[in-house]
Design a protein around this ligand. Sequence first.
Ligand code: IPM
Ligand code: MG
Length: 353
Amino acid sequence: MKIAVLPGDGIGPEIVAQAVKVLDVLRAEGAKIEMETAPIGGAGYDAAGDPLPDATLKLARAADAVLLGAVGGPQYDALDRPLRPERGLLRIRKELNLFANLRPALLYPELASASSLKPDVVSGLDLMIVRELTGDVYFGQPRGIEVRNGERVGFNTMLYSESEVRRVAHVAFGIAMKRGRKLCSVEKANVLECSELWKEVMIEVSKDYPEVELSHMYVDNAAMQLIRAPKQFDTMVTGNIFGDILSDAASMLSGSIGMLPSASLDENNKGMYEPIHGSAPDIAGKNMANPLATILSVAMMYRYTLADLATADRIENAVKKVISQGYRTSDIWTDGTQKVSCSEMGDAVVKAI
Ligand code: IPM
Ligand code: MG
């Protein structure tokens, strides 16, 4: 397996280094893994004047899977929009056609007290958010800022074609089939035509999956229900912008955004794997970030791109083990547990594997 390793900015290099340690263990055991590193985001801009340098895109295209850290940092905020780190991330998603973004939110029982919600609200939580990743208001044209009637207006276009909705619907129904067979489609069909079409297509596709119970929810209500009673959800499917927002909210149910991995897949299960959190410039370089989301992203790589479920389970079990042993980075630390650094957490997982 060829893996393109794109550490990116901020804490990206520190957390990716821990995930690479895990891959190194598997390689030492005989797994055929080739890794090559390239810059993206601010690091891409610094190296080649482009947040997605051509060489990085080429490497990612040639790879079976991409492991990404995070992009962005305050030093890049003043750059022209096309040069900003986030643009590199959005472009690689689009260029590789990674339209299905899987964001699981799972609560490890020992972390119930690290969540800002009451333990009984979140304990046992196991939710999968399927976020469409290459359409919607993120990419719709026209977009821009221009002068109309003597003042500036900013505008974007929320747009989904039925084929875009259909393909992510099939992924979501497929995942729901392997889970609790309950799929909640989230939109804003009471206001937006784009959502009206989304809902219609979801209902059409549901005919192919009679065993899955499909429900519909407006996004404002979904935001409330996620906080009120998150365990009512099994699998959720939603558009790009709603999924961006809801997945951050869902991350807090699991104790820390530092715990949540993600997979972004194309039609053939080629994937990019990254933690859902950002580059956390405030703690970058301090060896205190939580590497577990990135390590769990490697588990997702084994599950979805390699279809090697045994290794995926093994990595996930190693993470469960270090949590039950009481190791905590500062974001999930509570009284009575052992505070460890980013690299110590990586070492603990390696040992547990
Ligand atoms: C995410 C991030 C990105 C997004 C940003 C960094 C462009 O928030 O992966 O959720 O909005 O998709
Ligand atoms: Mg986000």
